[in-house]
Design a protein around this ligand. Structure first.
Ligand code: 3PY
Length: 254
């Protein structure tokens, strides 16, 4: 039930993991064997049935990856992900203090929240764990992440991350750049870059760790150097880049 990623973040340490929205438990095992520390299973844009989500989480546990589920915008996914065994939830498009409070209501048991309790679930080992020890440990260990990815969220950053129970603010560079009006240039636009730099400064003042996604090893290095605490590598980007490189080299095969 422990959560080494949450522990690392609490200690001010950094962590690198993977981000995947494709149903493939074998790929999750490969990601774990390669040494990553967590996996974000993307149930916002990915296609998972609740059963498939559970198999992904089970595969992650099997290779010591901390399973975090990015739920859809509708926060009802939080309970579903936690009852399947997610050790972290990541909620997109959190734009206000009220929305951050709603996330906590779904993610934590009373009195901090209103998460429905059931001890027959797999995270409670089908009833072996129950009552106060289970409830307290679940609340203690669940990692609660909110996305900061709109101008509204940027404006209200301090009040969002100030909600008790929010553990990390995740900058979504794609949504941030699109919502700022830079569809063409994306996150490389100087205004987006400036906003992200300012968020780093503001996060330091609030003592809240930041996370984000990257496409490759250079991105990991850059983010760690910039002070990002949780860096998630997009698995599809890595695979597509490897495939296209391989095919580009086709002329050399002949
Ligand atoms: C973004 O880049 O907007 C994200 O939400 C990360 O997946």
């Amino acid at each position: 039930m422990e959560n080494p990623v949450k522990q690392k973040l609490r200690n001010g340490e950094k962590t690198v993991g993977a981000f995947l929205g494709i149903y493939c438990p074998e790929l999750v095992e490969m990601i774990g064997y390669s040494g990553f520390e967590f996996i974000i299973i993307d149930d916002e844009h990915g296609a998972f049935s609740p059963r498939e989500l559970e198999h992904m989480i089970r595969a992650a546990e099997n290779v010591n990856l901390v399973p975090i589920v990015r739920v859809s915008y509708d926060p009802s996914g939080i309970q579903k992900a936690l009852d399947r065994g997610a050790k972290g939830i990541q909620v997109p498009m959190v734009n206000s203090k009220e929305e951050a409070e709603q996330v906590i209501r779904r993610a934590k048991f009373p009195p901090a929240g209103q998460r429905g309790a059931a001890f027959i679930t797999r995270p409670a080992r089908y009833g072996l764990d129950h009552g106060k020890p289970y409830v307290d440990a679940a609340d203690e260990n669940v990692l609660v992440i909110v996305h900061i990815e709109t101008p509204e969220a940027v404006e209200r950053f301090e009040e969002i991350v100030g909600v008790p129970g929010i553990d990390l603010a995740f900058i979504g560079p794609t949504d941030l750049s699109i919502s700022m009006g830079y569809k063409e240039e994306g996150a490389s636009h100087p205004e987006v870059q400036k906003t992200i730099r300012q968020l780093h400064e503001r996060a330091r003042k609030q003592n809240i760790p930041l996370g984000t996604i990257v496409a490759n090893a250079a991105g990991v290095r850059q983010e760690l150097e910039a002070g990002t605490s949780l860096v998630a590598v997009v698995v599809t980007s890595v695979i597509m880049s490897a495939f296209t490189e391989l095919v580009k080299a086709e002329s050399e095969w002949k």
